[in-house]
Design a protein. Structure first.
Length: 356
């Protein structure tokens, strides 16, 4: 869940909503929550849009939605059967048989436990008990509110060393694909949100510059397979991990001129959402040279007001100058094939790239 909300709550739809309703809800949020259209509250709008993106990514995919619904069902505890009647029948005594009554009383664990507690308090040790209860309650609430895991505790308390990035490896916020989750210590704070999707765990971290880092790692080996830095909309967060690329400034035209091609796209994942109206988004992916199994994806976006302007003025030919960088993804290609599909469409001039 995202800050206690399900993906359905984020989009404001019911669990039985059809695909059309999901797309309509996402499109409405995209139009209303664009950071570019909320200069006074860009960070809040950006956070709302990132939550909507995460929800739409799962709910618009039939397989992901099925897995998510199955997981969501496990988060709603079933109503326990009323055991009071069973407890009342667990010991039946015959009022005419004092032996049976005495036996029933001695075999009643609840009563024996109560008597033991009374004897304990009479000894004057109740202060210790109260203290332990308060400490336990406070600790459990802290862990619950902050979603502290063993790894996060080591991060917060500084019990893990900063990660060392291997030569030739690329990274986002000092974290590399294939690294152990202990490398998240470089962030220094627990995640703001966590999603458990079965084989993988996804965590979102709020960075000091207002941006958001999304991390996915394999549950079985805790190996990081996906990293995404999403621009929060603030001027302080425009700097990326790669020289010459800036959030909110670098355009799709800049990317293609610098790299020499449009890379490739995943067939099962649309490169453009709502081409006629609303937000337009493009994802251009490239294999990274000398980096092992790594793929970088540049996410560029046109806000709704600019889309409307281009449509009205037939400016489609200039659209590549309107798409501006809003996110960078580093991922294990096998993981992307799993979540986005293995089919790819390559640009005619495509070749792996080097960014260092």
């Amino acid at each position: 869940m995202i800050n206690g909300k399900t993906f359905y709550t984020v989009l404001g739809i019911s669990r039985d909503a059809e695909d059309g309703a999901i797309r309509a809800a996402y499109k409405t949020m995209a139009q209303q929550s664009s950071p570019d259209g909320h200069a006074g509250d860009a960070e809040s709008a950006g956070e709302t849009m990132r939550q909507a993106d995460a929800a739409f990514d799962v709910l618009s995919d039939a397989d992901k939605r099925k897995q998510y619904d199955a997981w969501l069902d496990t988060q709603t505890p079933s109503s326990p059967a009323d055991k009071s009647s069973q407890d009342g029948k667990s010991v039946e005594t015959n009022p005419e048989s004092p032996v049976d009554a005495e036996s029933a009383q001695s075999e009643n664990p609840a009563q024996n436990y109560s008597e033991s507690l009374i004897a304990f308090f009479k000894k004057g040790d109740w202060i210790v008990v109260v203290f332990l209860v308060v400490v336990t309650f406070a600790s459990s609430n802290f862990l619950k509110d902050h979603s502290i895991s063993d790894n996060e505790y080591r991060i917060v308390t500084g019990q893990v060393s900063p990660p060392v990035i291997e030569s030739g490896k690329y990274s986002l916020s000092g974290i590399a694909i294939g690294a152990d989750i202990s490398s998240l210590s470089v962030i220094g704070t627990p995640p703001a949100a966590r999603e458990d999707t079965g084989k993988y765990v996804t965590e979102n971290y709020r960075l000091a510059d207002g941006n958001e880092l999304r991390v996915a790692y394999a549950r079985d080996g805790s190996r990081i397979v996906y990293l995404e830095t999403h621009w929060g909309g603030s001027k302080s967060g425009t700097t990326t991990d790669f020289e010459g690329y800036a959030y909110g400034k670098t355009t799709l035209r800049d990317l293609t001129d610098r790299i020499g091609s449009n890379g490739y796209t995943y067939s099962a994942r649309p490169t453009t959402h709502f081409p006629e109206e609303g937000v337009r988004i493009r994802l251009n992916s490239y294999e990274l040279e000398e980096a092992g199994a790594q793929v970088i994806t540049f996410v560029t976006r046109i806000p709704p007001e600019r889309v409307a302007y281009l449509n009205e003025n037939k400016g489609g030919a200039k659209a590549d100058k309107e798409f501006k960088l809003v996110a960078i993804i580093l991922a294990d290609p096998a993981y992307l094939d799993e979540i986005w599909g293995s089919g790819k469409v390559h640009d005619g001039n495509y070749k792996p790239i080097k960014l260092h």
